[in-house]
Write a protein that binds this ligand. Structure first.
Ligand code: KG4
Ligand code: ZN
Length: 331
C-alpha cells in the first residue's frame, strides 16, 4: 500500500510517501522559520498563507522523489488536529479535494498520535511503552498500549517545553526557533552555573515551564546585558538542564510506577541532544531503554502522518467530506 502523508498543522509544510506502512520513499519539509523569525514566534495568518503557496509543490516533489505517479497512490493521510485552525484547513482541504476528485480514500490523522508512533518509521518497539511528546505546542506523557490504545498520564500545565526554549531564546536575542540554538550554545556552558528552579507539582506526571521561563527573565533583567552576554553559554546550559530534568522526572516516575521498560520520544524537543543523552542514561539506570527517532522524524513531518494513515486505511477507516479541522483535538 502506497500512502501520501500531508502535514500542515503548524508552520512546516510537509509531504511524504510511505510504502507498506514503514518504508519511507520520500519525506520533504518546507520550513517557514525565515518568515516567522522577525516576529520571534509563529504568526498564524502568515503560516496558513505560506502553506497555501507551498503545499502543491511539496506534494509534487514528494511524489517525484518517491518515483510514484499520483494515480498509483492507494490512500491519502492528512493531519486534521490539533494545531492552528488556518494551517490545518489548508492541508485538510487539499487532501479532501484530491480524494473527492480522484476517488482515492483519505483519512484524517491526529498529530499527537503521529508523534507517539513515529519511532516505527525506523524500528520496531514492543508495546506497552511510555511516549514523551515534547514540541513547540505540546508536552505530553502517554502509555502506548497498542495502535489506537493510549493512556494519557499527564501534560504541561502552562507552556510547552519547546515554547519555553523559543521564549528564552527570544529573551537572549538568539532568534527563532530557539531550541536548536540553545542546544548548540549549551554545549559550551556549565549546566550548574545558574541554579534555575525545577517546578514541583502535586500531580506526578504533569509538567510546568512558565516559572522557569520567568526565572530566566528575572536573571537577565537583574543584570545589564553586557554583564550576562559573557555568560550566555552558561545560562543556556543551566536553563536547558532544568527543562531536561523536568521532562525526565515524570517519565522515570512512570517507569517505576508502571514497570514499563521502553520509553519513546517524539516532537521537536526530542531532537535535543542533552535530553536524549541524559534520559538514555537515567532510563538505563532504571532498567529501561530509550528509543529516539532520527531528528527528521522528531520534528513535524509527513512520514509519521502517512504511518498512522496507512494503519487506519488498512483497517478500513475512511474519512468523509464532513471531517473538519480540530485545533484542540486530544489523544
Ligand atoms: O514538533 P515541532 O517540529 O513542531 C511543533 O509541533 O511544535 O517542534 C518545534 C519545537 C520548537 O519549539 C523548537 O524550538 C523545538 O521544537 N526544538 C528543539 C530542538 N530542535 C527543535 N528544542 C530543544 N532542542 C532542540 N535541539
Ligand atoms: Zn509536532
Amino acid at each position: 500500500m502506497i500512502v501520501l502523508g500531508v502535514e500542515t498543522s503548524c508552520d512546516d509544510t510537509a509531504a511524504a510517501v510511505l510504502e507498506d506502512g514503514r518504508s519511507v520513499r520520500a519525506n520533504l519539509v518546507s520550513s517557514q522559520d525565515a518568515v516567522h523569525a522577525p516576529f520571534g514566534g509563529i504568526v498564524p495568518e502568515m503560516a496558513s498563507r505560506q502553506h497555501i503557496q507551498a503545499i502543491q509543490p511539496m506534494v509534487d516533489r514528494a511524489l517525484e522523489r518517491a518515483g510514484v505517479a499520483a494515480g498509483e497512490l492507494d490512500g491519502l493521510a492528512v493531519t486534521h488536529g490539533p494545531g492552528l485552525t488556518g494551517s490545518l484547513l489548508v492541508g485538510l482541504s487539499f487532501v479532501k479535494g484530491w480524494s473527492f476528485r480522484t476517488g482515492i480514500p483519505y483519512v484524517g490523522v491526529n498529530h499527537l498520535e503521529a508523534h507517539v508512533l513515529s519511532i516505527f518509521l525506523e524500528k520496531e518497539v514492543s508495546f506497552p511503552y511510555l511516549a514523551l511528546v515534547a514540541s513547540g505546542g505540546h508536552t505530553l506523557l502517554y502509555v502506548a498500549r497498542g495502535f489506537g490504545a493510549y493512556e494519557h498520564l499527564g501534560g504541561t500545565l502552562d507552556d510547552a517545553a519547546g515554547e519555553a526554549y523559543d521564549k528564552v531564546a527570544k529573551m537572549m536575542g538568539l532568534g527563532f526557533p530557539g531550541g536548536r540554538v540553545i542546544d548548540d550554545l549549551a554545549k559550551q556552558g556549565n549546566p550548574r552555573a545558574v541554579a534555575f528552579p525545577r517546578a514541583r507539582l502535586r500531580t506526578p506526571y504533569d509538567f510546568s515551564f512558565s516559572g522557569l521561563k520567568t526565572s530566566v527573565w528575572h536573571y537577565l533583567t537583574r543584570k545589564r546585558p553586557d554583564r550576562w552576554r559573557d555568560e550566555m553559554a552558561d545560562i543556556a546550559a543551566s536553563f536547558q538542564e532544568a527543562v531536561v530534568d523536568m521532562l525526565i522526572a515524570p517519565t522515570l516516575r512512570a517507569v517505576e510506577e508502571f514497570g514499563i521498560r521502553n520509553i519513546v520520544l517524539g516532537g521537536g524537543v526530542a531532537a535535543n541532544s542533552r535530553l536524549r543523552a541524559k534520559l538514555a542514561e537515567k532510563a538505563g539506570e532504571a532498567g529501561a531503554e530509550l528509543h529516539c527517532p532520527s531528528l527528521r522524524f522528531c520534528t513535524d513531518n509527513g512520514a509519521m502522518v502517512a504511518l498512522v494513515g496507512s494503519h487506519l486505511l488498512e483497517q478500513g477507516d475512511r474519512s468523509g467530506p464532513r471531517l473538519n479541522a480540530d485545533p484542540a483535538l486530544i489523544l
